[in-house]
Design a protein around this ligand. Sequence first.
Ligand code: ZN
Ligand code: ZN
Length: 149
Amino acid sequence: MVAIQESATIEQDDAHLLREAGLRVTRPRLLVIDLLRSTPGHHSADDIGTLLAEKSTPLPRASVYNVASALVDCGLVTMVSVGPGSARYEYGAPWHHHFVCKICGAIQDVHCVLGKKPCLDPDDIAGDVEEAQVTFRGTCASCLRAVPA
Ligand SMILES: [Zn+2]
Ligand SMILES: [Zn+2]
């Protein structure tokens, strides 16, 4: 079926997701979850703020941070640890890992064999492991091509 999803339906989906995750439905949360769902990739809080402003639904920077961390806490959104610099947020499943280029900073998704977290649970941790993110680092294909021979 090819159908353009009505914005009211999308908003219901988003509200449903928030409620399922145990969050109260608020406008800022709807805006951020909708943006992350409709914009695949890894976004910093600043990116989210800029994208929302471009859609004429701006949110103050502090709200973006608060909402993003609430969405991470309830498991709807992953905070991707890509190393120094700002945290990146990414919507949803399946669970996967990341390859970060040390030259240009590009982030690529890396398939996770298990596809759900925690995909690693080492014996030598005395505690409850909730997630294990593997960050692969190196040089991406386009930076490799750009390196002078
Ligand atoms: Zn690169
Ligand atoms: Zn990713």
